[in-house]
Design a protein around this ligand. Structure first.
Ligand code: FPP
Length: 241
């Protein structure tokens, strides 16, 4: 086996978020069932998580299942939930070995009980790890997250813990699922689509966007490295000159 390529990164993004798209198209192009596309996509997840930790990325957020994805055929939802459960079960020893801390954002109460239990077990088992923070977005919707934050703020005001005049970006941020993490520096979307698809709508305000035509099941370590190298060559201005 040849040794892994050593990449030279300039400035590395601290937080990378990924919209993993194109599993279905990958399968279709190969005359396979969509399920097989998702299965191959799960392999890309394994590869990219491992690479992210090795490259020194601190936070990796993966859009694994959106609130809108519940509208897919029952059989496809079943497959995706099964893959998720298998991933969590099989990858736990690897996460422990590689010092990965697992986290999740979204309406986790929507998930089937077996997936939720496995998820919470992994979050608990990796809670002391200090390496890569892997955040799975599950039953996630950016709009729902913002509405939930508004409700949470109203509750605090009603309880007398907050004055409405105090509401600013920092206070609002504190009520989002992502309150413990910095905003993403880089958003990667595979399969060439140019949309946000209700992902991290608040958090992506100043994020650099990288879109590649590579379909998610083909997106592996070297494609991830290419995205990081591209990011390293960018000038971020945050609205200034
Ligand atoms: C988009 O492909 C992908 C998803 C809806 C889910 C992502 C899931 C995985 C990568 C597999 C399992 C995940 C984990 C964390 C183990 P699509 O079906 O929308 O593709 P298409 O647009 O080509 O139809």
């Amino acid at each position: 086996m040849s040794p892994p390529t050593i990449y030279k990164f300039g400035k590395l993004p601290r937080h990378v978020a990924i919209i993993m798209d194109g599993n279905g198209r990958w399968a279709k192009a190969k005359n396979m069932m969509r399920v097989q596309g998702h299965r191959a996509g799960a392999e890309s997840v394994r590869d990219v998580v491992k690479a992210a930790g090795e490259f020194g990325v601190k936070y990796l957020t993966l859009y694994a299942f959106s609130v809108e994805n519940w509208k897919r055929p029952k059989s496809e939802i079943h497959t995706l939930m099964g893959l998720l459960e298998t991933f969590l079960r099989d990858e736990l020893p690897e996460m422990i070995k590689n010092n990965v801390r697992l986290q999740a954002i979204g309406r986790l109460s929507d998930l089937p009980e077996n997936v939720r239990d496995q998820l919470h077990a992994c979050i608990h088992a990796t809670r002391q790890n200090t390496g890569l923070v892997l955040i799975l977005a599950l039953s996630y919707s950016g709009r729902v997250e913002i509405i939930e934050a508004v409700h949470s703020i109203i509750r605090e005001i009603k309880l007398g813990h907050l004055d409405s005049a105090q509401i600013d970006e920092q206070v609002f941020n504190h009520h989002l699922y992502t309150r413990y993490y910095p905003d993403p520096d880089l958003l990667i979307r595979t399969s060439g689509e140019m949309r946000l698809s209700n992902f991290l709508l608040w958090q992506l305000s100043y994020t650099e966007i990288y879109i590649t035509s590579t379909l998610w099941p083909d997106f592996r370590r070297q494609h991830f490295a290419e995205a990081l190298i591209d990011y390293g060559n960018r000038q971020r201005r945050f609205g200034s000159v």
